[in-house]
Design a protein around this ligand. Structure first.
Ligand code: FEO
Length: 171
């Protein structure tokens, strides 16, 4: 059974993961509006992954006998100055989420909730990948600089990302 403090914190993270999905969907819509459909596809896959993250919290709270409370999801921005600004925003957001996951681990330790600490390990590892994949695109955009055609080549590359639905957990 989760204690109230842990349950509240996990519900907050569930909301934060949904916000992440909202943020990346907003970025996807913006990229689409400026005709960068590969960038838009990348962000759309990212939004789908965030929903998977959110549902991991949702399922875990239930498994531990807790209650899921759905709170309002904040509205994300709707436009960015440039592709670089959007991806820098994504990278900064992932760094913030890493901090939130680390705070949850600290709380689980404080509350001697070993099961939650183990559950959170997946997210600790995932955040390394999340930061890396956003930063990789930031660096590629910077490297590209003013090179003509660079943006379109990168758009084609990013458009190849596909969403891999999580494998069904064993019964
Ligand atoms: Fe759910 Fe992008 O971290």
């Amino acid at each position: 059974m989760l204690n109230q403090r842990m349950e509240d914190a996990l519900n907050e993270q569930h909301n934060a993961e949904l916000y992440s999905g909202y943020l990346y969907l907003a970025m996807s819509a913006w990229f689409q509006s400026v005709n960068l459909s590969g960038f838009a596809a990348w962000m759309r896959v990212q939004a789908q992954e965030e929903l998977v993250h959110a549902m991991k919290f949702y399922d875990y709270i239930h498994e531990r006998g807790g209650g899921v409370t759905l709170k309002t999801i904040d509205g994300p921005p709707s436009e960015w100055e440039s592709p670089l600004a959007a991806f820098e925003g994504a990278y900064a957001h992932e760094q913030k989420v890493t901090g939130m996951i680390n705070d949850l681990v600290d709380l689980a330790r404080e509350e001697h909730d070993h099961a939650t600490e183990i559950f959170l390990q997946w997210f600790v590892t995932e955040q390394v990948e999340e930061e890396d994949s956003a930063n990789e695109v930031v660096q590629k955009i910077k490297l590209m600089g003013e090179a003509s055609g660079g943006l379109f080549m990168l758009d084609r590359e990013l458009g190849q990302r596909t969403f891999a639905p999580p494998a069904a957990s064993p019964a």
